[in-house]
Design a protein. Structure first.
Ligand SMILES: [Zn+2]
Length: 56
């Protein structure tokens, strides 16, 4: 009768435009990534010098 330990995802991806939490990642420490949500207004690149991480 052992329940699997449910780990909370510590890594989060936050839309750098509107601040919405886009996704979570199972990491071993608290990490906040900057990304973009699905809003077209947020996905519109304003600073093309910064590469967007390709998260699944
Ligand atoms: Zn957004």
């Amino acid at each position: 009768m052992s329940q699997p330990v449910k780990r909370l995802p510590l890594g989060v991806i936050v839309c750098r435009s509107c601040g919405t939490m886009v996704d979570t990642l199972d990491t071993d420490r608290v990490i906040v990534y900057s990304g973009f949500c699905d809003k077209s207004e947020c996905r519109n690149p304003q600073s093309p010098a910064e590469p967007e991480p390709d998260w699944e």
